[in-house]
Design a protein around this ligand. Structure first.
Ligand SMILES: C[S@@+](CC[C@H](N)C(=O)[O-])C[C@H]1O[C@@H](n2cnc3c(N)ncnc32)[C@H](O)[C@@H]1O
Ligand code: SF4
Length: 356
C-alpha cells in the first residue's frame, strides 16, 4: 500500500496551478499538522492495521512541503514508521526557495530518501511568466545542496514546457541545465490549462503542439534519461518513482490532508479541501464508490500511459480482436501475457478504441 500526505501551503500561487494550496493561511500550520496526524492515526487503526498492511512508499506532496519546518513532521513520521516496509521509498516535494540546506538535512534525518524539486524552468523570464517565486540560481543551489545531503533514492526535477514564448531552443537549454546538475529523474510536463488558475483566463499561454512533445522526449532520451511514463524519465530503472508506479499499477493508497485523495476498499476518498474545515474535523471524508468497470478502464488508461502495460486477461474477446488489430499495426506489443503501448502519447486514443 502507498501513503500520500498533502501539505496545502505555498509561498505564492503559480499562475498555472490548480492544486489545493493556500498562501494566506500560514497561521494554521500547527493545527493543520495535528489534524493530519489524527486522520492518519484513524486510517491506520481502521484499515491498515486490521488488514495487516504496510507502506512500500510515502509521498509528501502539495502545495509545498518545504513551507513546513522539518521538526513539525516528527509526529507524523512517528505515527507511520511502524507501518513502513524495509527500504520504503519516502519522497518529499520541495520548492527551491524554501528547501534550504537545514530543511533538507532535517528531512533526511527523519528518513526521507528522495526529493522532488518543482523547478519548472531555469530561465528567469519564464519563471516570472509562470508566477514562480524562485530564480534559476536558487534552483541550481537547492539541487546541489540535496545532492550533498545525499538522498539515496534520488533527486527529481520538474520542468514545464509548452508555455507561450517557449521554443525548442529554450526548452533544450532548460533541460541541458537540469542534466548538468546531479539529478537522477526528470518530470517534463506539458503545460495544461486548469480551471480556477490565472492562465485559465488566458488559454493562449499554452502551445498546443504534439510534435514539440516528441522533440522534447527525443532530446531527454539522447541525454540518457529513459521515458517510463508520458511525463517521467529516469536515469536508470532504480531511480524510477516507485510511488507513482504504484498509482499506475492501481494499488491502494491512503491520502491524508486537506485536498488529498485516497483509494482503498473500492472507494476513492476525498478529505475536505477547505483547510479550516479540515482542521476542525479531519474525518469528514467524501466517498466515491469505484465499480469493477471503472477499475478496468482506469487500469487500461494508466497501463497504456506508462511502461507497466496491461494484463491481457482484462479484455473481453471482442476487445481482444481490436487489440490484435493494433498489434498488427505495430502500435501495441504483447509480451508474457501483458499488453504494452509503444507510444504513450496515444494512450487515451488507443484505450478508447479498444473499450468503446
Ligand atoms: C504538486 S506540484 C508541487 C511542486 C512544488 N510545490 C513546486 O511547485 O515547486 C507538482 C508539479 O506539477 C506540475 N504542474 C502543476 N500544475 C501544472 C500544470 N497546470 N501544467 C503542467 N504541469 C503542472 C509542476 O511541474 C509541479 O512542480
Ligand atoms: S506549482 Fe507548486 S508552488 Fe506553485 S502553486 Fe502549485 S503547488 Fe504551489
Amino acid at each position: 500500500m502507498l501513503l500520500y500526505i498533502h501539505i496545502p501551503f505555498c509561498d505564492s500561487k503559480c499562475f498555472y496551478c490548480a492544486f489545493n494550496s493556500y498562501t494566506d493561511k500560514f497561521h494554521l500550520k500547527n493545527e493543520y499538522m495535528k489534524s493530519l496526524n489524527k486522520q492518519l492515526e484513524y486510517e491506520l487503526e481502521n484499515y491498515v492495521k486490521p488488514n495487516g498492511l504496510t507502506f512500500e512508499t510515502v509521498f509528501i506532496g502539495g502545495g509545498t512541503p518545504s513551507t513546513i519546518k522539518s521538526e513539525m513532521y516528527n509526529e507524523i513520521f512517528n505515527t507511520f514508521k511502524p507501518y513502513l516496509q524495509h527500504n520504503a521509498e519516502i519522497t518529499t516535494e520541495a520548492n527551491p526557495n524554501s528547501a534550504n540546506l537545514e530543511w533538507l538535512k532535517g528531512m533526511k534525518s527523519l528518513g526521507v530518501n528522495r526529493v522532488s524539486f518543482g523547478v519548472q524552468s531555469f530561465n528567469d523570464e519564464k519563471l516570472k511568466k509562470l508566477g514562480r517565486s524562485h530564480k534559476s540560481k536558487s534552483a541550481k543551489e537547492a539541487i546541489k545542496n540535496a545532492s550533498n545531503v545525499g538522498f539515496e533514492n534520488g533527486i527529481n526535477c520538474d520542468i514545464i514546457y509548452g508555455v507561450a514564448g517557449d521554443d525548442l531552443d529554450l526548452i533544450k537549454s532548460d533541460l541541458s541545465t537540469a542534466f548538468s546538475l546531479p539529478i537522477t529523474h526528470l518530470s517534463a510536463y506539458s503545460l495544461t490549462i486548469e480551471e480556477g488558475t490565472k492562465f485559465f483566463d488566458n488559454p493562449k499561454m499554452k502551445i498546443d503542439d504534439e510534435e514539440l512533445s516528441y522533440e522534447v522526449f527525443e532530446f531527454i532520451e539522447e541525454n540518457g534519461f529513459k521515458q517510463y511514463e508520458i511525463s517521467n524519465f529516469s536515469k536508470s530503472k532504480d531511480y524510477e518513482s516507485t510511488h507513482n508506479y504504484g498509482y499506475w499499477e492501481h494499488k491502494e493508497y491512503l491520502g491524508v490532508g486537506s485536498g488529498a485523495v485516497g483509494y482503498w476498499n473500492n472507494n476513492r476518498r476525498y478529505p475536505t479541501k477547505v483547510i479550516e474545515d479540515y482542521v476542525d474535523n479531519p474525518f469528514d471524508i467524501e466517498l466515491e464508490e469505484i465499480d469493477e468497470n471503472d477499475i478496468k478502464v482506469e487500469k487500461i488508461l494508466l497501463g497504456f500511459r506508462c511502461s507497466n502495460g496491461v494484463q491481457l486477461d482484462l479484455f473481453t474477446n471482442e476487445e481482444l480482436k481490436k487489440v490484435n488489430i493494433l498489434v498488427d499495426e505495430d502500435k501495441l506489443e504483447i509480451k508474457q501475457n501483458r499488453l504494452y503501448n509503444k507510444n504513450f502519447l496515444l494512450a487515451d486514443e488507443l484505450a478508447l478504441y479498444i473499450i468503446d
